[in-house]
Design a protein around this ligand. Structure first.
Ligand code: SF4
Length: 453
């Protein structure tokens, strides 16, 4: 049917030609597909960025990135060549093309991207979801009644500028000194297993970090194998953006053989293992990513699903979301599952969208994909948890404050009689508000400034 708001078209995936970038001119396909080569050639700073792009980009661009690292960044730079190659994928990059590129906008932030008036919302917080407060044992967040999140490690093969766990994950930046785990890794993992053994009400374990692709495979396999021995654990999800950022890892013989062993045991016990990845833009899906997803499905795991993040300037249009979802579903065999609204961490205002905008986007993407592959856009409300964006209780659209309720207690509210009737606030980015709303926030800022001085 012609004349629809979104025009569906089948778009086969293409591996961008990495030899268009001066730093990768002589890289062979064998090197490119080698996980060690990819890890050894990650871009970690502006000097290494210059080594890749050379004179294609000007000093102004490099300074823009350098100043962001010094003045605003909550995450350090870490980009495997695979991911670098998905920025401006079908042309020789220029400053303008890089600045406009959706992948660059969230994986390689520049100072000029940030909101000049309100780089951070006044209610922005490190650990905005209060995960550490809800640790049952170090690194094991018990927020929902039947599910836990196990943060096994605090590193990833790539660092995203908007990372929710900026408090803990990655290297310190000039603006953010990262928290560190106290326990030794082996003791922390033992404590998690022990908690799950004595807490049979937990049936679902998200094994995350960081990114599980940075854990030496034998240690990850042993942890998941121990989870599989716990009778009450029925769902295990492995969180790895690297399925897309470093598919070479998931294509390695060691990992494929190990996942096959785990999937075989899981199936024999009726347990589901799934991989959850994090892709935010259709151009990040290349044939190599699809191959890695397929390789994982062939091991016998239950599914590969995508949990993207809704980011202004990256994917916050109906077309961008639907292009991404169709690429995931049709070309890579990855189920479009969730889009999270970007959390209220410092420096994230330019990425965030309002709840009203998220509701419009949810409405706009309904009816195109199969129902089971239509992602939900969710707001992770502090002290509440994920809510579908239409589930709010009340909404002041002028000041951008929405109020939410919940139907369970988090682990910090066991003795709180009001937990299920209280309303919890979430805040829209101030730049998205009408003038009177922006003026109200400015007056609040002035008043607080006067009180402080
Ligand atoms: S891969 Fe996930 S944990 Fe790692 S930096 Fe990105 S968002 Fe954060």
């Amino acid at each position: 049917m012609d004349g629809q708001p979104y025009a569906y078209a089948h778009r086969p995936l293409v591996e961008p030609d990495w030899t268009r970038l001066p730093g990768y001119r002589d890289v062979t396909p064998a090197e490119w597909e080698d996980v060690q080569w990819q890890r050894a050639h990650c871009v970690k700073n502006v000097k290494q960025l210059r080594d890749v792009y050379g004179d294609l980009l000007t000093d102004a661009f490099y300074e823009d990135v350098e100043r962001d690292q010094a003045e605003r960044a909550t995450m350090s730079i870490l980009l495997p060549p695979q991911m670098v190659n998905t920025m401006v994928p079908d042309a020789v990059p220029t400053d303008e093309a890089m600045l406009a590129d959706p992948v660059r906008r969230y994986m390689l932030p520049a100072l000029s991207d940030r909101d000049p008036d309100w780089p951070s919302h006044p209610h922005a917080e490190r650990d905005s979801l209060h995960e550490a407060e809800m640790w049952a044992v170090e690194g094991l967040t018990h927020r929902y009644p039947t599910k836990v999140l196990a943060e096994l490690l605090s590193t990833c093969p790539q660092y995203c500028g908007h990372c929710t766990r900026m408090d803990l994950v990655g290297n310190s930046t000039p603006q953010v000194a990262k928290h560190k785990f106290d326990l030794k890794p082996v003791d922390r993992l033992d404590a998690m297993i022990s908690y799950l053994q004595r807490t049979p009400g937990v049936r679902d374990v998200v094994v995350s970090g960081g990114d599980v692709a940075n854990m030496p495979w034998p240690r990850l396999e042993s942890f998941v194998a121990r989870l599989l021995e716990i009778e009450s654990v029925r769902d295990i999800r492995l969180a790895t953006k690297a399925l897309m950022g470093l598919p070479q890892h998931w294509l390695s013989d060691e990992v494929r053989a190990g996942m096959t062993r785990l999937a075989t045991v899981a199936r024999s016990r009726g347990v589901s293992i799934a991989i959850h990845t994090h892709v935010n833009a259709a151009q990040q899906l290349t044939p190599l990513v699809a191959k890695a997803a397929q390789a994982m499905l062939e091991t016998g795991i239950r599914d590969v699903r995508n949990q993207g993040v809704l980011l202004r300037g990256v994917n916050a249009t109906p077309k961008d979301l639907l292009d991404l979802c169709f690429a995931l579903q049709d070309e890579a065999g990855i189920l479009p599952y969730y889009f999270y609204m970007c959390d209220m961490i410092p420096g994230s205002e330019h990425w965030r969208v309002s709840v009203a905008e998220a509701q419009r986007l949810q409405h706009a993407i309904m009816g195109y994909l199969p129902g089971f592959a239509t992602p939900r856009i969710v707001c992770d409300v502090p002290y509440v948890g994920k809510r579908w964006v239409h589930q709010l209780d009340e909404y002041d659209e002028v000041r951008g404050i929405s109020y939410w309720t919940k139907n369970y207690r988090t682990s910090v509210e066991r003795d709180d009689a009001d937990a299920l009737t209280r309303r919890y606030a979430y805040y829209d980015p101030i730049s998205s508000l009408p003038p009177e709303g922006q003026a109200w926030w400015a007056s609040q800022r002035e008043r607080e400034g006067a009180l402080v001085s």
